[in-house]
Structures are given as C-alpha cells and as structure tokens.
Design a protein around this ligand. Structure first.
Ligand SMILES: C[S@@+](CC[C@H](N)C(=O)[O-])C[C@H]1O[C@@H](n2cnc3c(N)ncnc32)[C@H](O)[C@@H]1O
Length: 376
C-alpha cells in the first residue's frame, strides 16, 4: 500500500516499511491510522500516546447564558453510528497499536466519561496491562452552561504496558523532581490549552477543537520515555505529542486523517526547537546508580581500619578491616549499626555516618559519590 506523507510542503508517497530502520521518523503521515499502523514494522515503537475520537454524541447546538455559541466537538471525525461501531473502531486501532509496540513498550490513552470506560475494557481485552489511570483535573474547565449536571472538570488517562511482563520505562525520580521532591501522584491539576498556546486558523478561530496542553504531554513523555525513544500518536491533530517529543529530544511519528490538521501540525513543528543536551538530562533513579559496597572504601584506603565514624549526635563506631563497624557491643554493616544506635528497624548508613578529614566532619556518602563518578 502507499501512504500519503506530509513531512515536507508537498505530500509524497511512502512505501510500506518493513524494518525499524525504515521508520518514517519525525514525519506526519496522512490517512486512516489503522491502515497506517498496519503498514509500519511490528515491535518498533517505544511509546504510543493516543487521543482518539471521544464519540461525544452531541445533540443540537449549545449556547452560553449570553446566547453566544459554544464551539463544541461536533466534527465528522467524532461521529459513530452506535456504541457497537465505536467499540469495533476502538478494538481495531488498539490491536494495530499493540502490534507496533516493542516488548517493553507502553501506551497512554486519554478520554472522557463518554468513551474512557469502553476504551479501558477494550485495552484489557486486547492484552494490554493497565499500570495507572490518571485524572487530569482541569484548573480552568468550561462551566456547565445548562446547569443540569456537574461541571465536567476532568479527563482520564490510562497508562498501560504492552503486556504484564513488560519492563516499561518509568522515570520515577524525574517526575518526583518535577513535583518539588514529592512522589508524583495520579491526579494532575493542569489548565486546558488556552492563550498563546492555542493554535488559530486564518479566521482567528480555534484550529482544532480538542488541542491538548503541552504540559500534559510534557509529564507523560518525560516520565515514561527516554531521549531517543520513538513516540507515535495515531490521532495527531495539531501535533501536541510531536511538539513536546521534539523539544524533549524524542523521535515522533504522527498519523492524522484530516489534511487541514496536518498542515497546522506541520507548521507548528517547524517552529519547535529541541532543548539542549544539558537541559534534557534528568534526575535518574537512585536504584539505577551502581552499587558501591562500604568495604570498597576500606579496600581502597579511603577509610582505614581502626578509623572512627561519628553520627550527628557524636556517637562513634570503629571501621573494621572487612568493612563492618563496631560500636560498644554492636557490630555489623554501616546500616545495621546505625539502626541499632537509633533503635530503628532500618537506617541508611551512607547518610548516617561521617568521618573526619583535616579537622572537618565529612559524610561518608561523599566517598561513595567519588567512586561512582569514576565509574560513569
Ligand atoms: C481528539 S483529536 C486529537 C487532538 C490532539 N491530541 C491535539 O492535541 O491536537 C483526534 C484526532 O484524530 C483524528 N482522527 C480521527 N479518526 C482518525 C483515523 N481513523 N485515523 C487518523 N486520524 C483520525 C481527527 O481528525 C482528530 O484530529
């Protein structure tokens, strides 16, 4: 099959590609996403972000109290004849997407109460393994103009791996730092896309009715991919996924049926610049850092057998030749002796003990960091 691609000003045909090396990286492909995904090589994509049609089933026009018309999502691409038709479409694109994912790949799907329950069930039926659902709470939601229901102030994202055994990417520390040192939770308060970020057409109207905020994609892509990973969005719209992926040094592939949206996305992406290398390196997982046994500090003469370590209360322990400590009648690892002195079930000996050099008190963790720096 041939696919229309719009990676440059004019559309040109693209052949079905069989290997990951032939992936149409950093391009927007025009056409139906299911056909397009079926033409791409299997097990070639690290992350899929999908913002599919919501099947809003809007009945009639909606007006604000001042009689102005609400620009709701009533486009043909969001219309399905029945729930059964929507379910068939959902099953088909989810199947095509799963074939594309690498064994350790993952997917994010965003939806509203109109579709997210159907999509979630279809994901589980298709073999995906749900990792979390995230509530995106909109800090500036549209009011409920008719006053007949609650203000619909959130959307739901489902994060799932290709299968239960997948070793999916999760940059725990980076997300924790993004959240000022506090573990990232599954409720995200972020504004909807407004102001200068909202793309407009020549008439000054919204270029797309459901443009997502870049902040949402920043969190998703930073937290669940690494630089150089390939991120595919089968419902590209204005290309929010591509724009954030490009800024963060990831590769993207966008699939979009409507030529007008592809043009908007193409223009947007041409203006996006990748952040510099230093800005892109994020806090890694502590668990991923190489393990340094305390004994190595003794073997290497950084601490001598017989040398005294102190805790912050001035209590002392002696370093032994095998890398254990002895304090009064307690002996064991730096962690065990620290825990015994504190009467605590556990203790991080690396941050608990200090040694003396040139009259100064220095944490032993500094010596571990020196060894780690040599290893990297
Ligand atoms: C909810 S919007 C995505 C908006 C996008 N996340 C953004 O930030 O701009 C869904 C998009 O999917 C496109 N679409 C719908 N059905 C499609 C299909 N079968 N194949 C490709 N694109 C499709 C629509 O044209 C629409 O732009």
């Amino acid at each position: 099959m041939t696919i229309e691609t719009k990676s440059c000003a004019a559309a040109r045909p693209l052949k079905t590609c069989a290997t990951a090396a032939e992936l149409p990286l950093n391009q927007i492909l025009g056409g139906d996403c299911i056909e397009l995904m079926n033409s791409l090589p299997e097990s070639s994509i690290d992350l899929i972000f999908a913002d599919p049609p919501y099947n809003l089933q809007l009945k009639g026009d909606l007006y604000r109290p001042d009689n102005s018309h609400v620009d709701a999502v009533d486009d043909a691409w969001d219309q399905f004849s029945s729930f059964a038709a929507y379910d068939r479409f959902t099953q088909d694109w989810l199947k095509a997407a799963r074939r594309l994912l690498k064994p350790h790949g993952a997917i994010w799907v965003i939806g509203s109460y109109h579709n997210v329950f159907r999509v979630g069930a279809a994901m589980q039926n298709a073999g995906y393994w749900i990792l979390n659902d995230v509530v995106w709470r909109k800090s500036n939601p549209m009011p409920n103009f008719r006053g007949k229901r609650l203000t619909n102030a959130h959307e739901t994202l489902i994060w799932a791996s290709k299968e239960e055994a997948s070793k999916y990417t999760f940059n725990y520390e980076a997300l924790k730092q993004l959240n000022e040192g506090v573990q990232m939770r599954s409720d995200w308060v972020l504004p909807i896309c407004t102001g200068h970020e909202r793309l407009k057409n020549a008439d000054g109207d919204k270029a797309h009715p459901t443009q997502k905020p870049e902040s949402l994609l920043h969190r998703v892509i930073l937290g669940t991919t690494n630089p150089g990973d390939v991120v595919l969005d089968p419902f590209f719209g204005t290309g929010t996924t591509g724009a954030v992926a490009k800024m963060l040094g990831r590769e993207y592939i966008g699939l979009e049926r409507e030529a007008a949206y592809r043009e908007v996305a193409e223009e947007r992406l041409s203006r996006v610049r990748k952040f510099d290398k230093e800005a892109l390196s994020v806090t890694g997982s502590k668990r991923a850092e190489p393990r340094v046994p305390f004994g190595q500090l003794v073997e290497r003469g950084m601490l001598r057998p017989g040398e005294m370590l102190t805790n912050n209360r001035g209590q002392m322990a002696k370093v032994r030749a095998d890398g254990t400590l002895i304090a009064d009648d307690v002996r064991g690892s730096i962690h065990q002796v620290g825990a015994a002195l504190e009467g605590a079930p556990s203790c991080n000996g690396w941050t608990y003990w200090n040694f003396k050099r040139d009259g100064k008190t220095v944490p032993i963790d500094l010596l571990r960091q020196q060894i780690r720096a040599e290893m990297s």
